[in-house]
Design a protein around this ligand. Sequence first.
Ligand SMILES: [Zn+2]
Length: 242
Amino acid sequence: MKYPQWKGLTRCCVCGGKRFIQKNILWKELIQDWELSDDEVIAMNQQQGYTCTTCRSNLRSINLAAALMHEGGVSWAQLKHETFDHFCRFSSFAQTTSLLEINSVYTLTSRLKHCIHHTLASYPKYDMQHLLLPSHTYDIVVHADTLEHLPKKEKGLKECYRVLKKGGALLCTIPIVLTKLTRSRIGMKPSYHGKSFIRKHDYLVYTEFGADFWTYFLDAGFSRIELFTISGPNSLVIIARK
Ligand SMILES: [Zn+2]
């Protein structure tokens, strides 16, 4: 698969900033372990390392913010002017939506905390595979690059489904290698996200998601899967509806 050439964003919809830098996040060993093509390396570096210099949001977070705003009624045209900062303070979504954030979604967490019915459930107090939270409670569940770190991703997705109200939606990101099918890394050489094996935030990867990633969401019970992006296939937000 060839990724379309990408020219970058003109505006950050998290803060309204207009300057970006590209940091290359992937390192040689990970590229070898994951057997990534040159195109995949470029796309993943954009997803993780293309960063707004004002609010430090990367492309993945910017797309997740845009998806949440669109879910909250902000049109495509309005996305060119609205910021996530403003949206989380003043929109009707922020006043009325019950929202569960699982683990911190990085730069978005401090904004989401302004939403009145926001709950943050972070590991290790909360394990996505066994959420100690009531069923049918939330309109929105959101997490970013968490699923690949779960020994039992199916259980984690079923838990997201369980705590959602009927008609609710899970919005999440995962690293996806679109040229391959999903493979389990259990039994393979351990692969971590993060350059050092001893840093606390380095997490073991159990699953490399491929082009069939959406089937796991359907298997967990979700009735409809949508993809959202403002930047193309280099960074996708999965919207799974109950
Ligand atoms: Zn920004």
